[in-house]
Each structure stands twice: as structure tokens, then as C-alpha cells.
Ligand binder design. Structure first.
Ligand SMILES: NC(=O)c1ccc[n+]([C@@H]2O[C@H](COP(=O)([O-])OP(=O)(O)OC[C@H]3O[C@@H](n4cnc5c(N)ncnc54)[C@H](O)[C@@H]3O)[C@@H](O)[C@H]2O)c1
Length: 251
């Protein structure tokens, strides 16, 4: 799919990796509507880059359905969906205060996994009504996993489980949506310098960068966005997970 013929919704588009996609896609001539629960940042970013904004909680069915309606009105159609909304979490299976709280585990899975699926299923249903392009394609979906899906660290059980499930969705969803002409891919980022990590402070960030094989630095959000754009443009990528991590293997 050509990027200048792309009408994309981007969840988590008010910050970090999603914001970088929104900026890069607009720059390349795509139409964009940002979905985020953070209205302040979402409205500011959207106004700056000439995108639409919908206040959406990805875990809420009615909220996502309303966002999709707004996006179709704003762009005329949706043929790309990039799911970046997500939260980090840290808690051990059994910690000093006892077993992992069940509600915090459920919250992480609810936002990262169920939120992603909620948006992708409603976006796919909308895309299925598009006219196919010259490659019989009606849409592209990109989910954001994490290398924690494969090398989850101590204290990352809820996060790693939610991201492993996102990686696991790629193949079955690609099979489900083949007859609709919709591709799906997941990106598994290593460590990227976004507000999610910036809060850790420079010393911890420098410590994290040491483990990256090459280059010895955190990823730039623009590098994630450029991979997302490549996935949209390359019609033969489907049903797979791509790591983008400077060969980092977390221990
Ligand atoms: N930064 C990294 O190093 C890294 C590494 C691997 C994976 N990821 C994943 O990439 C994605 C983006 O992360 P980021 O670093 O850009 O984080 P970020 O905190 O900068 O951005 C996340 C955005 O998601 C939004 N959001 C959270 N919950 C939401 C909800 N329920 N409904 C709607 N919007 C919601 C937030 O408001 C925020 O704007 C996440 O899924 C994260 O797990 C990030």
C-alpha cells in the first residue's frame, strides 16, 4: 500500500512510538487520526501535524466504535491501524508482600492485549468494506509487542504475557483476515527512548544501553515509525513479528 494513499488510525498516538508514527506518516502524505486517552497531548500533537484526534480508551468497546466512526468521517476510510497504546508494569510472581496482585495483572493484560484486540477487530470490520487496491489489499494492521514477549525479565510477568499474546495473534489473525485482504504484522521493539522510559532517569537509561549489542544506544522512535511505514508499503509482509532491538537479548 502506498503511504500517500494510507488513512491510518494510530492508538497511543499522543506519545512515544505512536506519536512518532503519526508524525512520520503525515510527513509522507498519509492521513492520520490519533486515538489516545490523553486528550491534552493528543489534541496538541494532532493540531501540530494536521491529524484528527479521538479520545479513545482502547479497552472500551463503545469508545473505540465511536473513534472509528469519527476517523471514517475525518478521512473517508480507514486502511491502516497501528496499535501502540500500552502500559509498562513491574511486579514479581511472588514478591516481598506476597503473591502478584491479580488486579494489576488483569489491568496490564486488559490494556495491552485486550485493548489491542478490541481496536484491531473493529478496525478490521471497517476495513473489510474498503474497495481493494491493485494488490487485492483492503487494509494493514500493525500491533506493538515487545522483546519482552520472548525474553521477559524478572518482575515483567504481566507485561511479557500480554506482549507474547500479541506476538501470538499475528498468524491466526492473518489467516482470519486473508479473505478480507487485510494483512497484520507485529513489531517487537527493544528499548526505545520514549516517555515510558525517559522517566527512569539518565543513569538507568545509560545502564540499559550497555546491554544493546550494536548500536550502543536506545532506539529512536523515528526508527520504529520507519519500520511501521515499511510494513504498510511492503505488501508481502504478513502474519509475522519483527524484532527491532539492536540485537539486544535481555537477561
Ligand atoms: N518504549 C519502549 O522501549 C518500548 C519497548 C517495547 C514495547 N513498547 C510498547 O510500545 C507501545 C508504546 O510505548 P511508548 O514507549 O510509546 O509509551 P508511551 O507511554 O510514550 O505512550 C503510550 C500511549 O498510550 C496511551 N494509552 C495508554 N493506555 C491507553 C488506553 N487504555 N487507551 C488509549 N490510549 C492509551 C497513553 O496515553 C500514551 O499516549 C506500548 O505498547 C509499549 O508496551 C515500548
Amino acid at each position: 500500500m502506498r503511504i500517500n494513499q494510507t488513512s491510518a488510525i494510530i492508538t497511543g498516538g499522543a506519545s512515544g512510538l505512536g506519536e512518532a508514527c503519526a508524525r512520520a506518516f503525515r510527513e509522507a502524505g498519509a492521513q492520520v487520526v490519533i486515538f489516545d486517552r490523553d486528550t491534552k497531548r493528543g489534541v496538541d500533537v494532532a493540531a501540530e501535524i494536521g491529524a484528527g484526534f479521538a479520545q479513545v480508551d482502547v479497552t472500551d468497546e463503545a469508545s473505540v466504535a465511536a473513534g472509528i466512526k469519527l476517523a471514517v468521517t475525518y478521512m473517508g476510510k480507514i486502511n491502516a491501524c497501528v496499535n501502540c497504546a500500552g502500559i509498562a508494569s513491574g511486579e514479581k510472581t511472588v514478591g516481598r508482600d506476597g503473591p502478584h496482585a491479580l488486579d494489576s495483572f488483569q489491568r496490564t493484560v486488559n490494556i495491552n492485549l485486550i485493548g489491542t484486540f478490541n481496536v484491531l477487530r473493529l478496525a478490521a470490520a471497517e476495513m473489510a468494506g474498503n474497495a481493494p487496491n491493485e494488490d487485492s489489499e483492503r487494509g494493514v494492521i500493525i500491533n506493538t509487542a515487545s522483546i519482552a514477549a520472548f525474553d521477559g525479565q524478572m518482575g515483567q510477568v504481566s507485561y511479557a504475557a500480554s506482549k507474547a499474546a500479541i506476538a501470538g495473534m499475528s498468524l491466526p489473525v492473518s489467516r482470519d483476515l486473508a479473505r478480507n485482504g487485510i494483512r497484520i504484522m507485529a513489531i517487537a521493539p527493544g528499548l526505545f527512548l520514549t516517555p515510558m522510559l525517559e522517566g527512569l532517569g539518565q543513569e538507568i537509561i545509560d545502564g540499559l544501553a550497555v546491554d544493546v549489542t550494536f548500536p550502543k544506544r536506545l532506539g529512536k522512535p523515528a526508527e520504529f515509525a520507519s519500520l511501521a511505514q515499511f510494513i504498510i508499503e511492503n505488501g508481502y509482509l504478513n502474519g509475522e513479528v519483527i524484532r527491532i532491538d539492536g540485537a539486544l537479548r535481555m537477561r
